[in-house]
Design a protein around this ligand. Structure first.
Ligand SMILES: *[C@@H]1O[C@H](CO)[C@@H](O)[C@H](O)[C@H]1NC(C)=O
Ligand SMILES: *[C@@H]1O[C@H](CO)[C@@H](O)[C@H](O)[C@H]1NC(C)=O
Ligand SMILES: *[C@@H]1O[C@H](CO)[C@@H](O)[C@H](O)[C@H]1NC(C)=O
Ligand SMILES: *[C@@H]1O[C@H](CO)[C@@H](O)[C@H](O)[C@H]1NC(C)=O
Ligand SMILES: *[C@@H]1O[C@H](CO)[C@@H](O)[C@H](O)[C@H]1NC(C)=O
Ligand SMILES: *[C@@H]1O[C@H](CO)[C@@H](O)[C@H](O)[C@H]1NC(C)=O
Ligand SMILES: *[C@@H]1O[C@H](CO)[C@@H](O)[C@H](O)[C@H]1NC(C)=O
Length: 262
């Protein structure tokens, strides 16, 4: 019909002028959402944790003899409230069809577990899926495009923790995902499995706690550096990146060692 034809012509004109513009400007294509780039959320509420855990039954192939992918996506505000820290853990991934993609999707999974019902990616700035996200400019990507911004699933098991400035645990914003879902896809975008985010806890963050994590930190050493055993005191020596977080543990051990010597 006429309207479609007009649109086609308009789109053609736009793409022709865009191409002309690009050939002048150079090779850089920056795609921005219709509502602009994603905005950094700086008021994420402290201590609020949302977790989405995969179901036991797979959506794509409910009778898969290997069972569903196992794992979860958990997110909480960064300590300064800017962005959220996201921890991803997946295992029992399919043995073919990767690298797998995963995204926050707009709508929750209904009771029947149908991943198609989660609709498209969380995209409050109306950026669209194509062209693919440029991970070096994450503000130009769909807010929900976690694998686009932070890397595809290419290992078994897949474990990752990263910060995302644009997804939020602050209710009321379009980028809020606590009432939504995430979906894992084959490389060809077929949906494998999905899960809903749910409020997991509103307690204080474990980052500053003196709890169980200390138990294993004596084995922690910095990336690439080896731990030199110390003589005399019996206290472990910490080097590199692990050192800061276990500093208090070291002094505790030091005190304990002194007590033993006395
Ligand atoms: C930029 O866009 C053009 C036209 O759509 C495409 O052919 C080209 O591959 C894109 N370049 C990059 C670096 O994405
Ligand atoms: C979006 O961000 C990119 C990269 O920083 C920038 O080049 C572009 O101008 C921004 N677009 C808008 C509409 O702010
Ligand atoms: C997508 O990939 C999966 C795994 O390789 C395959 O089983 C499925 O048939 C593919 N779907 C389409 C639409 O190509
Ligand atoms: C899932 O929902 C879609 C869209 O509503 C529907 O076409 C499809 O048949 C459903 N799939 C299953 C397995 O129920
Ligand atoms: C989720 O919450 C956001 C922000 O409060 C709201 O805009 C959106 O409509 C909600 N989505 C669903 C599926 O409830
Ligand atoms: C450290 O442990 C003590 C005793 O179990 C507890 O009262 C305190 O709240 C803990 N501190 C933090 C930051 O978790
Ligand atoms: C410490 O490490 C052991 C062996 O790796 C593990 O079984 C245990 O659960 C860990 N404990 C804590 C508190 O992380």
């Amino acid at each position: 019909n006429q309207f479609t034809t007009f649109n086609m012509v308009a789109i053609k004109l736009i793409s022709v002028s865009l191409a002309a513009l690009l050939s002048c400007v150079g090779a850089l294509n920056i795609t921005t959402g219709a509502l602009g780039n994603a905005t950094i959320v700086s008021n994420n509420p402290p201590g609020v944790v949302y977790v989405a855990t995969l179901p036991t039954t797979e959506f794509n192939n409910p009778n898969d003899p290997r069972g569903n992918i196992k794992g979860s996506v958990a997110a909480t505000a960064n300590p300064n409230g800017i962005g959220v820290s996201i921890s991803v853990s997946f295992s029992n991934l399919p043995t073919s069809g990767g690298p797998f993609l995963y995204h926050i999707h707009d709508a929750p999974v209904p009771a029947d577990g149908n991943c198609t019902s989660t609709l498209g990616h969380l995209d409050p700035f109306i950026r669209g899926e194509t062209p693919a996200c440029d991970a070096t400019l994450p503000q130009t990507c769909q807010v929900g495009d976690l694998s686009g911004k932070h890397g595809k699933i290419e290992q078994e098991p897949f474990l990752a923790t990263y910060s995302d400035d644009f997804a939020t645990t602050s209710q009321g914003l379009g980028s809020f995902f606590g009432n939504r879902s995430f979906v894992i896809h084959f490389a060809n975008k077929t949906r494998i499995t999905c899960a809903n985010f749910a409020l997991s806890s509103t307690t204080t963050l474990p980052s500053n706690s003196n709890s169980s994590c200390a138990a294993n930190s004596t084995t922690t050493s910095g990336a690439g550096s080896s731990t030199t055993p110390t003589t005399g005191t019996g206290a472990a020596q910490f080097t590199g990146a692990g050192a800061k977080t276990v500093a208090s543990m070291t002094s505790l051990l030091g005190v304990a060692a002194l007590a033993l010597l006395l």
